[in-house]
Design a protein around this ligand. Structure first.
Ligand code: HEC
Length: 177
């Protein structure tokens, strides 16, 4: 019978531990919800659930990536290897920023897709350039544009079609070496 207090204490400890695990899980769910909600705080219980805002964080990076892709193409066409490499590196940095957001949007793992599609391809292109300069540039550009479009399909943005630019919109920058 002397064991009873010890047993009770043990039971209390186990109960507290279980409670902490449950709290941890709840916190995880809340954080995931906030993430899916574009970083906005979770609405109070009973508040009407409003339609989600479009992702504010990814679009500016996409604009940058699009800009750098154009410049990468123009540098490549002008045979400017150093400049082309510079822009490939810029694309990579913007893609990394999206990957580092750890963003899941309505169940779609945006950041994970960025690693699988965007970063994998841009790293391959960087390797090609380190090995062979611009010799594989034509195929690499096709590959990159396909990757953009594949990821747009995977993330529910199949209406964003990327293609190689037909001409330069930068009258204020020369791309020749
Ligand atoms: C995660 C995979 C992913 C990859 C890889 C990707 N995108 Fe996107 N892109 C997105 C998402 C998600 C959106 C929608 C962003 C939003 O909802 O605000 C988007 C939107 C865009 C838009 C429309 C917004 C704007 O600024 O006009 C453009 C343009 C764009 N991407 C260009 C590109 C280009 C160019 C590439 C390839 C070099 C690329 N994207 C690769 C996921 C990706």
């Amino acid at each position: 019978m002397q064991r009873l207090p010890a047993l009770l204490a043990l039971a209390a400890i186990v109960a507290v531990m279980m409670l902490m695990v449950r709290l941890g899980k709840l916190e995880d769910r809340l954080m995931r919800f906030e993430n899916a909600n574009g970083g906005a705080p979770a609405p109070a219980v009973g508040a009407p659930v409003l339609a989600r805002e479009p992702l504010q964080e990814v679009a500016p990076y996409m604009g940058r990536i699009q800009n750098y892709l154009q410049k990468y193409v123009l540098a490549t066409r002008a045979g400017n290897e150093k400049l082309a490499y510079f822009y490939v590196d810029e694309i990579e940095e913007s893609m990394e920023a999206v990957a580092d957001m750890d963003l899941i949007d309505q169940g779609i793992p945006i950041s994970a897709h960025m690693r699988t599609y965007g970063l994998a391809t841009i790293n391959t292109i960087e390797d090609h350039m380190k090995e062979d300069g611009l010799t594989r540039a034509d195929a690499d550009l096709e590959l990159l544009v396909n990757t953009c479009n594949t990821c747009h399909e995977r993330t529910g943005h199949d209406y964003v079609h990327i293609q190689l630019p037909t001409n330069s919109r930068f009258s204020d920058q020369r791309f020749e070496p």
